[in-house]
Design a binder for this molecule. Sequence first.
Ligand SMILES: N[C@@H](CCC(=O)N[C@@H](CS)C(=O)NCC(=O)O)C(=O)O
Length: 221
Amino acid sequence: MIVVHHLNNSRSQRVLWLLEELGLDYEVVKYRRDPATKLAPPELVHLHPLGKLPVIRDDGLTLAESGAIIEYLLARYGQGRLAPAPGSPDWVRYVYWMHYAEGSAMPLLLLRVVFDQIEAARVPFFLRPFTRGIAGHVKRTLVQPQLDRHFDFLEEELGASTWFAGEQITAADLQMSFPLQAAAARAGLDATRPRLAAFLERIQARPAWLRSVERGGPYQL
Ligand SMILES: N[C@@H](CCC(=O)N[C@@H](CS)C(=O)NCC(=O)O)C(=O)O
């Protein structure tokens, strides 16, 4: 039986979603973020040295990294579902978006979260103008312009096809769900990018997505 170690409000939601799309049996072991720090519980290092989720266990294997988990599950159980035919033009786009999600989008979004935290940090009053000023400046001049450029690019790409890798939903769309949901929750992605807004509505209306939220618990980024 596949076991998914799942953290609330996190990337591991897309692993549950994938398993629901594939109609596979699985078990969920739930962990909760610390309400103050938002970090995962420290005992996770016994599961994987990096202490991050998702992690799955399957047939004696322990595997971390959501992209690797998705590729593993599809290779082992996908039977050709949720991926374009290898070598096809859609497949090249599929590979691109599978990597883009964690390789390009998430680092920038994390930067935004870090500078938001620095801006809001409780520091001695005489330091506040400096921390706020510097964080605000970096966000305005460096982080947000980059994010906006990515949002424009993504909006444009969804003009070329219904899903990120063609006319059928693929695991690349599942992998892209988290950065886009995070961007909508925390980085200014809104209805001014209507294709991205429609993408988010479309995925969150899928029966398999809704079942994954029932299994994993409330999802609120
Ligand atoms: N690139 C990794 C990132 C894993 C990751 O950072 N997971 C977050 C959840 S979204 C986590 O475990 N955060 C809790 C913590 O850092 O303590 C993946 O895609 O699986």
